[in-house]
Design a protein around this ligand. Structure first.
Ligand SMILES: *[C@@H]1O[C@H](CO)[C@@H](O)[C@H](O)[C@H]1NC(C)=O
Ligand SMILES: *[C@@H]1O[C@H](CO)[C@@H](O)[C@H](O)[C@H]1NC(C)=O
Ligand SMILES: *[C@@H]1O[C@H](CO)[C@@H](O)[C@H](O)[C@H]1NC(C)=O
Length: 311
């Protein structure tokens, strides 16, 4: 009965098309046509849809990022992954379309389910885009597309974290030389994502910061890229470490040696040394100097010994 009506409708349509052109105005035809459309809509009810949002991922450089695109009721359609920047197609169906080993695809969680209401199978599957050995230039958004009309698409973004690195420009040389009493600035610039925090400490122990004219305070660490030492004292000489850290290990450090030059001072330990005749005596002279000095012992005007000492 229904078949006959549909046939009739078909014939009518043919007539209309050939006689009146594309315009379909008859109520009867329209009604019958729309009832057919209803069955078509029912079939189309099984259109693909995204089961979840792709979401964003944050991954450290060198590692692998995975973006998951879960589609329900894909049917005859295909899923593609594209790089959003340049719309380069990375995968189509289960095939990877680039030569680069960077991208690969895996298909997971195929879950054919029977909908008890409709008696129809509703499958769900996840197309996973793998981006290997992440570099900074892989940061960006990726699009999962289904070739329905209109196109279905969803975007997920990859943020690439980078371990800290100490930059050459903006960072002090490995040795900073100042005269005692001058100001010294130790500088350290670091890159990384997220931006690293930079701090200074002395290699072996706490270090001294001038509080005021004659007072110093001991500090363990100094937070910041610039460590300013006002009117440097010889006690502040030594190796300082700039340490840069962010969420991505490893942290890095750079050693900067602060050398303080000052004029030598000499101190003789015992000004008068007594000893019995015929025994050895040691005369001790303490020299404090930077850079190292050439030290000379004289007796009267006569040279006794020359020595070079290191600090
Ligand atoms: C994902 O990242 C993009 C780009 O950074 C941003 O515009 C978007 O709001 C993020 N989406 C979510 C759900 O966080
Ligand atoms: C079954 O299909 C109906 C109609 O499309 C829908 O409303 C319902 O959510 C589906 N049930 C399940 C469990 O997916
Ligand atoms: C050293 O720094 C102090 C404090 O910033 C400043 O007052 C002084 O003028 C500086 N000395 C020199 C030689 O630049």
């Amino acid at each position: 009965m229904r078949v006959v009506r549909l046939l009739l409708c078909y014939v009518l349509l043919e007539d209309y098309c050939s006689n009146v052109g594309a315009a379909i105005t008859s109520d009867i035809v329209h009604q019958d046509f729309s009832s057919e459309q209803n069955t078509a809509t029912l079939l189309d009810n099984n259109v693909p849809s995204f089961a979840t949002a792709i979401g964003n991922v944050t991954v450290a450089s060198g590692r692998e990022a995975i973006l998951s695109c879960t589609i329900r009721s894909l049917g005859k359609y295909k899923v593609a992954w594209l790089r959003k920047d340049d719309m380069m197609v990375l995968s189509m169906g289960t095939k990877t379309l680039t030569n680069s080993h960077k991208f690969s695809l895996s298909l997971e969680n195929m879950k054919p389910k029977t909908n008890l209401t409709t008696g129809r199978n509703e499958d769900e599957a996840t197309w996973k885009l793998h981006i290997k050995t992440l570099k900074e230039q892989d940061r960006g958004c990726y699009m999962c597309q289904v070739n329905t009309k209109p196109m279905l698409n969803q975007v997920g973004c990859v943020d690439v974290l980078v371990a800290p690195d100490i930059l050459t420009s903006g960072t002090s040389e490995s040795e900073v030389i100042v005269k005692e009493g001058e100001n010294a600035t130790l500088e350290c610039k670091a890159s990384g994502r997220p931006p690293p925090t930079v701090s200074w400490k002395k290699e072996k122990n706490d270090f001294l910061l001038r509080k005021n004219r004659d007072q110093f305070t001991k500090v363990q660490t100094w937070a910041g890229e610039r460590l300013e030492l006002i009117r440097v004292d010889r006690k502040q000489m030594g190796a300082y470490l700039c340490i840069a850290k962010n969420d991505v290990p490893p942290g890095v450090s750079k050693r900067v040696y602060l050398r303080v030059h000052f004029s030598p001072t000499a101190k003789v330990k015992d000004e008068l040394v007594r000893s019995p005749l015929g025994t050895d005596v040691s005369l001790i002279c303490e020299i404090e100097a930077s850079p190292r000095t050439i030290n000379v012992w004289q007796r009267g005007k006569q040279l006794v010994s020359i020595s070079m000492i290191d600090l």
